[in-house]
Write a protein that binds this ligand. Structure first.
Ligand code: MLT
Ligand code: ZN
Length: 465
């Protein structure tokens, strides 16, 4: 073994293959790849391989396979579950897809776009916008997150309500398998029912079944009119009534329906100096609608008028300009960052049936007050998808694993999911095993063994293998 934890002949062959800047072995150079941005999942890579083509990815996998070295695929490293971080052994190779960042093709009529895994999500959005189209996946980390990670984690974000998760927006996929072979399914077809839809296996598999190297993404027509409003609501029941009114009055123009608690606004003011435009309220809703047709503003004003008159919303602001709308979204998107400034928190990414949200919140608050006194829930998230980030601010005296279990126990009572959009990574491996049915876990294991029999790809993520 060399100082990096890799056999010297493997290092030499990787160096040869990847050329200048393609292989990082120096500890300082590898440091940014060793830990997630929240600094919760530290690891120690043996080295970092930075291939610039699919063929190079396949060769790296082939070489590692021969040498019995495990690989951790990594994109923008913005995940919230530690899925792209190596373990502490110093024997895993991080495979960064960042150099594979080409937009290969864009078809504005067929509404498709072929991109490489290292493309930053924001760059994909910008390319679509330049062609007058929309790539709808959007979330706070989009300036760093990459397509490969977006697909590997089936990421969600703020537009899922209208356009679905990443899975709904992937038409074709190219993956490198654990045996080093390349499967090219880069078809730009909107309908393709020929045989197994195998790409679905890799979407959301967090790099444990194969390595995504390129994809054909689905674009949508760009709404020419958008309306963004922030509404103060007295309680989650009222928020549900506002959602129903929006569904009635605004139909499928609703793009986002986000719930934000007062705690989140307090953190925004304290750590980002961003005050809410509305007086303090226990809950707020951030609603966005979009349409290519005119008349949207009247419809939104009508719905807002209705919910204000009924008292389901007690106050509200409808953005008058793009800048004002961006300001409202700026609040929503900086909650996570402000939460991190505040100190330690236990993150949750749960979903429950939408009508059960008020009862879930009440039950979770009660469980927390009884089981972990002194903790503070910081709740926000994608209420229109039934997905809440029921994050818990804790002090040094609190046991984060116990709080995690306590909140997930409540989720189970409502037949919910312990990860709606962030994935399992290493953070939720034990919780997944504890809560999924044994037959589901056995099936997952069979898939893993079939596709990666030697356990080379991202071991310890999603499953304990
Ligand atoms: C968000 O919706 O802002 C993130 O997915 C949630 C988080 O930071 O917990
Ligand atoms: Zn989220």
């Amino acid at each position: 073994m060399s100082a990096t934890g890799l056999p010297p002949d493997l290092l030499a062959r990787l160096d040869d293959l990847l050329g200048s800047g393609g292989l990082l072995t120096d500890e300082a150079d590898c440091a940014p790849f060793a830990i997630d941005w929240r600094r919760l999942f530290p690891g120690r890579p043996a080295a970092v391989a930075r291939p610039s083509s699919t063929a190079q990815v396949a060769s790296v996998v082939g070489l590692c396979r021969e040498a019995g070295i495990t690989l951790v695929p990594q994109g923008g490293h913005t995940g919230l579950a530690g899925g792209a971080t190596p373990d502490a052994s110093g024997r895993q190779l991080v495979l960064s897809l960042a150099r594979m960042n080409a937009v290969r093709a864009l078809d504005p009529v067929g509404l498709t776009m072929e991109v490489e895994a290292g493309c930053v999500v924001q760059a994909v959005q910008a390319a679509a916008e330049a062609a007058g189209r929309l790539f709808p996946v959007s979330y706070g980390a989009e300036g760093s997150a990459m397509v490969g990670g977006m697909i590997a984690t089936n990421s969600g974000g703020i537009n899922v309500l209208r356009y679905g998760m990443t899975r709904n927006l992937v038409l074709g996929l190219e993956v490198v398998l654990a045996d080093g072979s390349v499967v090219d399914g880069l078809r730009a077809l909107r309908k393709d029912n020929a045989g197994y839809d195998w790409k679905q296996l890799f979407i959301g598999s967090e790099g444990t079944l194969g390595i995504v190297t390129a994809a054909v993404l689905r674009l949508v027509p760009r709404p020419r009119h958008t309306e963004t409003a922030l509404l103060a609501v007295p309680d989650p029941e009222a928020a549900l009534r506002v959602l129903a009114a929006a569904q009635d009055g605004l139909g499928d123009t609703i793009q986002a329906f986000e719930l934000i608690s007062r705690c989140s606004f307090e953190l925004l003011e304290r750590y980002a100096g961003l005050p809410s435009p509305l007086p303090p309220s226990p809950w707020c809703i951030l609603l966005e609608t979009g349409s290519t047709l005119s008349g949207l503003r009247d419809a939104v004003e009508g719905t807002l008028g209705e919910v204000l008159e009924r008292g389901d919303a007690v106050d509200g602001v409808l953005a008058e300009s793009k800048a004002q709308a961006a300001g409202l979204w700026g609040l929503r998107e900086r909650i996570t960052e402000c939460e991190a400034h505040q100190g330690k928190s236990v993150k949750h990414d749960v979903s429950v049936p939408i009508p059960a949200i008020p009862a879930f919140l009440e039950a979770a608050d009660r469980a927390l007050a009884e089981g972990a006194p002194g903790t503070v829930p910081n709740v926000f998230g994608h209420m229109g998808d039934g997905n809440l980030h029921y994050n818990v601010l804790i002090g040094p005296e609190h046991d984060s694993a116990a709080i995690n279990r306590l909140v997930h126990d409540v989720v189970d009572r409502f037949a919910g999911s312990i990860s709606a959009e962030h994935g399992i990574g290493q953070y939720r491996v034990d919780e997944l095993a504890r809560r999924r049915r044994p037959e589901e876990m056995a099936l997952a294991l069979r898939l893993k063994r079939a596709l990666d029999p030697d356990g080379l790809l991202n071991p310890g993520k999603v499953l304990r293998v």
